[in-house]
Design a protein around this ligand. Structure first.
Ligand SMILES: [Zn+2]
Ligand SMILES: [Zn+2]
Length: 441
């Protein structure tokens, strides 16, 4: 068996891994490296004019030329969840492979709306693969989706079953035993696989260096409750910003907003996209609990009304990274018709994705809000990624022969190697890769 670390092994982003067993190969995830893309677009670049090669040269999508010789052997592309660092490159790369794309309903709905927004087309067959289902690809290969918890809906670990044994792909996850939306991790199936034969575990190492078990989403819910129900906000505007794909978080915000007796308004294009996808997939619907406006024109009209009756509303919006053009950023720079008053509330239920441009944007946003004497509540958030102690539990449950740390810079993948060595793995069984390498197992 050969495994190729196509992307996501030098950086957090552009995840893509390929596995070849005899004359059959499978690709898992095809993601964006968002910092390159954001830099490019903020300096005036237009992605819609870019070729695949252009995006590869920009560093925005994985360089799949390293598996050129496997091209005719690829039988399936599997997508683990809907985040852009896992599916963003599908529209640019998947067409080159004559095979179907497998993903959970929510993942595929988000992919579909991405394709429509960017006016792109896929030639590949789309195969809807529900969490906890197994799909026969041919006589030699099966792909299995295993329900796991993360920071968006229907996240799955993917198991590729071959005659030689199984490769378990575990990007991204945390072990959340109290998820706010969706089911608990499928520990039962992971244990079963651990008692069979997992040849290799390809696994999320972004926080392998942090000595912790990542707290449950229930903890973030309590933090939100504390801020929303426990501060003097009767007469003030309340704006909460979070990741648009984080439906569990949005649900908690709506729950407590209703407790405050406020009308809930969701604003922003991506907010509408991910909330609609959840409704399309029959997972969770907010349409009878919140007004949802994706277009700037509609947002403008609504904000004028909220401005006059600020204590009657709670707004959930985009802009938590301070990204130009998002709702909160546009209000702060006075390009939308809403004026913050002193002591209005802005709650950041997210974390800044730590790139230079994000930090600058977010600092500028906070400075502008403080200038308007707004009250800021930051870091009302818990991560969706496993810490070192979640990883230890996963390794114990699944008992892999080999470990391939993924989803991170080398300092992160090396931290996972360090954990594996502490757990008694031989150094030649833990493979710290770089983008574009292959190993034989
Ligand atoms: Zn993710
Ligand atoms: Zn990711």
């Amino acid at each position: 068996m050969e495994i190729c670390s196509v992307g996501g092994y030098n950086e957090v982003g552009k995840n893509m891994t390929a596995i070849k067993f005899n004359s059959d190969a499978v690709i898992l995830d095809m993601g964006f490296f968002l910092p390159s893309l954001i830099d490019f677009e903020e300096s005036g670049g237009d992605r819609s004019n870019m070729s695949k090669e252009g995006l590869i040269n920009l560093g925005a999508i994985p360089n799949d030329s390293v598996i050129r010789s496997w091209k005719d052997k690829v039988r399936a592309i599997g997508l683990g969840h809907c985040h852009l660092d896992h599916i963003g490159a599908v529209p640019y790369l998947a067409n080159d492979y004559n095979c179907p794309v497998y993903g959970a309903p929510y993942t595929m709905d988000v992919l579909g709306s991405m394709l429509r927004d960017d006016k792109l087309k896929l030639r590949n067959d789309i195969k809807i693969a529900n969490p906890n289902s197994i799909h026969k690809i041919n006589g030699n290969l099966k792909i299995e989706m295993i329900n796991i918890t993360h920071s968006t809906l229907q996240t799955c670990m993917m198991a590729v079953h071959t005659k030689q044994g199984t490769v378990l792909y575990a990007n991204d996850f945390k072990f959340d035993n109290h998820p706010v939306v969706g089911r608990k991790p499928n520990y039962k199936r992971l244990k079963e696989l651990g008692n069979e034969n997992i040849i290799a575990l390809v696994v999320d190492s972004i926080y392998a260096g942090l000595d912790r078990k990542t707290p449950s989403e229930k903890v973030a819910r309590e933090m939100l409750k504390d801020v929303l129900l426990g501060t003097g906000n009767e007469n003030n505007a309340i704006f909460v910003t979070t990741f648009a794909s984080h439906l569990a978080r949005i649900k908690s915000i709506i729950d407590f907003g209703e407790k405050l007796g406020r009308r809930i308004v969701l604003l922003g294009r991506s907010m509408k996209k991910y909330v609609n996808a959840a409704q399309n997939s029959n997972l969770i619907s907010f349409s009878d609990r919140a007004e949802i406006y994706g277009y700037k024109r509609q947002a403008k009209r609504k904000l004028k009304e909220i401005e006059k009756n600020r204590k009657d509303y709670l707004v959930v919006c985009t802009g938590g990274q301070g990204e130009p053009g998002a709702i909160l950023t546009s209000i702060a720079d006075n390009s939308l018709p809403f004026k913050f008053m002193p002591e209005d509330h802005v709650i950041f239920s997210n974390k800044v994705i730590p790139t230079e441009i994000n930090k600058e944007n977010r600092d500028a946003l906070e400075a502008s809000l403080k200038n308007k004497r707004v009250r800021l509540f930051k870091d009302i958030h818990v991560s969706g990624h496993c810490g070192r102690e979640d990883l230890r539990d996963l390794i114990k449950i699944t008992k892999p022969q080999h470990i391939i740390p993924a989803h991170g810079e080398v300092r992160m993948t090396s931290a996972l190697k360090d954990l594996a060595l502490h757990m008694g793995f031989d150094t030649n069984k833990v493979h710290v890769m770089k983008d574009g390498l292959k190993i034989k197992i």
